[in-house]
Every structure is written in structure tokens, then in C-alpha cells.
Design a protein around this ligand. Structure first.
Ligand SMILES: Cc1ncc(COP(=O)(O)O)c(C=O)c1O
Length: 378
């Protein structure tokens, strides 16, 4: 038995790719692209979907459409993939790094509040690993200060907060379909919003400043070409059809694994608030009280994929280390998890019950910290 591979394609991907290749339109104007935008928006409880070629450019587009520019501050969690921060920097704006909650790994709403200044122009919560951030508190703070929320939903295709799907709460949200994500075309991105005016701005940005229904060579605003290809959309339409079953399978297996490991001392899993119970399980995320690097080595030696978390918080990346282009609040929880956290990729949750029990036994064995060898001078 071995950990399932990812990504996976079935007959449906081949069928839809063949459909594209047999026609004369392989680019972003193929009807499958519009179908994906409609279907994915509906799946996430949103009105409008605007696709793009990856989930980094979508963050940059969202910030541009929100009017973020030089000198503006945007609040981001200290733990995320680098794009969450660089999208802000690429607008000439200043990422302001705030701490996460120790147990959920998601941004701490109280730390957001403390970081707000007159320069703050937006907040980017990330639904880290799949479970959504505390959207009740974050939306309340955003409303109090009149700030737009850009949900970085790159990990949360199908995740919910009290029944509302990721992307449907903030002003705009950004999804990634990069190779490791729970639905993928190798690369790809999507912006979702319920705001018709914002959707129009995003579409114009994505499609050379055109207006829907107007001439191909009429450009009304400064846009670019961020369009997804029909080949990407063909794969993603098929991936979306399979996603609910895969999300359910991952959820069952994650529960089995965590329940069977509840008695292991010093091993902890990401705490999932009741409101966020429905989620992708994009990462099986946790931390150990002792010897994280040894845990990682012992686990991977048993053939179970594991990453020893990020090597540093976002603000401690070389890019931001001298603090000339960012602002960093105190982030003790994020700093702590750099040394004790780990994750398993979601493919480790796509096997059958037997495979899940194998993963659980491997985690149990890896959690046992070897007692130090006693050296004698004799
Ligand atoms: C939280 C988060 N935001 C943004 C991105 C960027 O997406 P992409 O790789 O599609 O550019 C990723 C990962 O890839 C991510 O994990």
C-alpha cells in the first residue's frame, strides 16, 4: 500500500480536453471557461466568477480592483504562502503582518484590530489548510473600520463558515488551482464576488479593458490579458465534478486518523471551530511538543509525505527581513509554529480506511521521541 498520488485525472478530463482540441478555440473565449466560472461561483455560493491563469495574479487583480496602491497598508497573516504578501507588495502597498491563533493557525481577529491605522485599506484573511478563519469576528472588524475583505481562499474549495462557503463573505475572494490544490489544472486561479460593480472591474482587468457585449477592439479601461486557457478550464470542469466526493473522503479519513491518535502525548492537530467544521482538509496540520524535525524524518522514512511547516514567518523571508517594505506586529504564535508544526498533503487523506490506519500508525510511531542514547566514556 502507498500514499495516493496527486493530481489525478479520469476519463472526464480526457473527454473535455479532446473536446477543446477538436475545435478552433483553445483560449479563454471557449464556452468551457465561462461554464467553469459559472459552476465554481455557484458551488462557492457566489454570483460572479472571473478566472485567471493562476492564484497569485488573482490576488494582485483583486487588490488592483479594490483600488489598493502605493502607501496603502494591507493586513495579512504572518503564516501563508508568500503570494498573500507579495500581491500587496506588487501593488506598491505595504503588507502588515499579524499573528495567528495558536490552535487554529488562522489569523487572530484581535491582532487584526490592533494593527489597523488610518493607512489600512484592506484585510486579507487566509483560510489556512482548509478550515475558514473566524469570519464572524473579522467581518465585524472590517465593517467597523469600513475595510474591504479579500479572502485568500486558495486552500478552501468547498470550505464553509456556518454554512456560507469560502469566498461568499468578503468583498472578493481568490482561489488557486495550482498543482497541489484540491482541484487543479496544474495552474489556474479564480476570483469570486457578489458585487456586480467589482465583477465588472475584475473582468475588464482580466480581458484587456473590454466591456461585456461591446466590440473586440474597444478598450474602455486599462486592463491586461490574465485569461485562463480552455485547456485549463476543461480539466477544472472535470475536477469540480469530483471535488464533493473527494472532500467527503478526506474528511472521513482525517477524522479516522485524528480519533485514532487522540491518546498520543505531545501530538496536536489544528483545532477546527464548529463553524468551520466543513472544510477541504487541504493540509492535515498539527504540531508536536518535542523534536519536530525528528518527527518529520521518522514519518517520511515510513513513506508518509510530510512537510516540516514553513521555514520562517512571511515577514522573516529574505524579501521582508529588513522591514523597509512591510510592517510586522509581534507574532509569537506564528514564530512558535515555525519550530513545532508539520503538515501532511491532502493526498495522504485520499486512500481507503486501511491506508488511513497505516498513516495513523506511522504518525503514532513517529511521535515516539527516542530516548537519548547514553554514552559512556569507558
Ligand atoms: C494561501 C495561498 N495563496 C495564494 C497562492 C498562490 O496560488 P498560485 O500558486 O496559483 O499562484 C497559494 C499557493 O499556491 C496559497 O497557498
Amino acid at each position: 500500500m502507498s500514499t495516493p498520488q496527486w493530481p489525478v485525472a479520469g476519463e472526464r478530463e480526457y473527454e473535455l480536453i479532446a473536446q477543446v482540441l477538436s475545435g478552433q478555440m483553445w483560449g479563454g473565449f471557449h464556452p468551457l471557461v465561462a461554464q467553469l466560472e459559472r459552476d465554481f461561483a455557484a458551488f462557492q455560493h457566489c454570483r460572479f466568477g472571473i478566472s485567471a491563469f493562476n492564484g497569485t495574479i488573482t490576488l494582485e487583480m483583486a487588490l488592483e480592483a479594490l483600488g489598493i496602491g502605493p502607501g496603502d497598508e494591507v493586513i495579512v497573516p504572518a503564516i501563508s504562502f508568500v503570494s498573500t504578501a507579495t500581491a500587496v507588495s506588487r501593488r506598491g502597498a505595504i503588507p502588515v503582518f499579524v499573528d495567528i491563533e495558536f490552535d487554529t493557525f488562522n489569523v487572530d481577529p484581535q491582532r487584526i484590530r490592533e494593527a489597523i491605522t488610518p493607512k489600512t485599506k484592506a484585510i486579507i484573511p487566509v483560510h489556512f489548510g482548509g478550515p475558514m478563519a473566524d469570519m464572524d469576528s473579522i467581518i465585524a472588524i472590517a465593517a467597523e473600520f469600513g475595510l474591504p475583505l479579500l479572502e485568500d481562499a486558495a486552500h478552501s474549495h468547498g470550505s464553509e463558515w456556518n454554512g456560507a462557503r469560502a469566498g461568499s463573505i468578503g468583498a472578493v475572494s481568490s482561489f488557486s488551482f495550482q498543482n497541489g490544490k484540491v482541484m487543479t489544472a496544474g495552474e489556474g486561479g479564480m476570483l469570486l464576488t457578489n458585487d456586480a460593480a467589482l465583477a465588472t472591474r475584475l473582468r475588464a482587468l482580466q480581458n484587456q479593458g473590454r466591456k461585456e457585449g461591446e466590440g473586440f477592439f474597444h478598450h474602455y479601461t486599462l486592463g491586461s490579458n490574465y485569461r485562463m486557457t480552455a485547456l485549463q478550464a476543461a480539466v477544472l470542469v472535470a475536477q469540480l465534478e469530483r471535488l464533493p466526493a473527494q472532500n467527503a473522503l478526506r474528511d472521513r479519513n482525517a477524522r479516522l486518523i485524528k480519533e485514532s491518535l487522540a491518546d498520543v502525548p505531545g501530538l496536536h492537530f489544528q483545532v477546527i471551530p464548529a463553524a468551520a467544521a466543513v472544510h477541504t482538509n487541504y493540509l492535515l496540520l498539527g504540531w508536536v511538543d518535542e523534536d519536530r524535525d525528528g518527527f518529520h524524518q521518522r514519518l517520511t522514512a515510513q513513506g508518509v509525505p510530510c512537510t516540516p511547516f514553513y521555514p520562517h514567518t512571511l515577514q522573516n523571508n529574505p524579501l521582508y527581513l529588513d522591514r523597509t517594505n512591510c510592517r510586522a506586529m509581534a507574532c509569537p504564535n506564528a514564530e512558535g509554529h515555525i519550530h513545532d508544526a508539520f503538515w501532511l498533503p491532502h493526498r495522504a487523506l485520499l486512500g481507503d480506511e486501511e491506508e488511513s490506519m497505516r498513516v495513523a500508525s506511522a504518525i503514532r510511531a513517529a511521535s515516539a521521541v527516542p530516548t537519548a542514547t547514553v554514552h559512556s566514556n569507558l
